[in-house]
Design a protein around this ligand. Sequence first.
Ligand code: SF4
Ligand code: SF4
Length: 92
Amino acid sequence: MNDMTMEQRLALNHYDVDTEAHIKVKPEVCQECDLRPCLYVCPAECFKLKEGKISFSYEGCLECGSCRICCDQEAIEWAYPRAGFGISYEYG
Ligand code: SF4
Ligand code: SF4
């Protein structure tokens, strides 16, 4: 287990992906954000920079809450997925 890469560890998780995003990001706010810490804190790399703009995908979210804490611009509407959806961890 200790020799596994992050990608290998993430591949152990099981996701029941909802059709409805449980986290929503306001792109117009992100455009004015200088530091963009979400790009660095999200362990699942749900935030990406594409052609100078923040792109967010909720499907691989680990429900850790890091993005909610790091964003000081109030650009993130954060919630857990609806009941029955989201991540199931292989080890706890
Ligand atoms: S930290 Fe917040 S405002 Fe800044 S880019 Fe990320 S989600 Fe957008
Ligand atoms: S809750 Fe965690 S895994 Fe999900 S998008 Fe935010 S930082 Fe990434």
